[in-house]
Write a protein that binds this ligand. Sequence first.
Ligand code: GRF
Length: 206
Amino acid sequence: MWLSDKKIVVLVSGRGTNLQALIEATQSGYIPGKISLVVSDNPQAFALERARRASIPTLILDYNSFPHKRVYEDALLQALEEENPYLVCLAGYMRIVGKNIIIRFRERIMNIHPSLLPAFPGLEAQRQALEYGVKVSGCTVHLVDEGMDTGPIILQVSCPVEDEDTVESLSERILQHEHQIYPQAVKLFLEDKLNVVGRRVFIKKE
Ligand code: GRF
């Protein structure tokens, strides 16, 4: 298989700025693969519009139209199996990925989180950081396991928390870094340069 044939499926729920960073990194050739499908659990997600503008197929699995989580998860698993991607990227996807999907795509699902994990997992990480009073925060790209933001860490970058910061200003500063390290991590993954040993992820040297 040519490197550029490697398929990426991106799961989204919202505005999709990380999706946009990934789209641009595939279009420029920085990431040696293509986003073959964008799946949203939210029909209103602006990320869908970003995908359409880039001529990327989209699939809406409207969470609220499913009778319960299990049925939604089955539909998502089926869609992923049909697409059979090399990598699944969560980009502002607001749900915990079900166990069956994790098992089927073990070590092939990545997430970006706006804190230096293991600090401040879950929702509103930037608010948590401000309320705790840390002086440094940042973002983390990690593999997804059964826990909440607990999987092996691939890349992290830090940035300062300023006295004047609000949730919005800190989120924006962190977001600029997210848009750098998510494409970097995806590139490394597609180039098969990541070596996962237990909780540790090593980047293979040339
Ligand atoms: C980002 O801060 C990401 O780290 C978190 O959700 C936010 C999504 O933003 N998981 P966007 O939809 O990529 O703009």
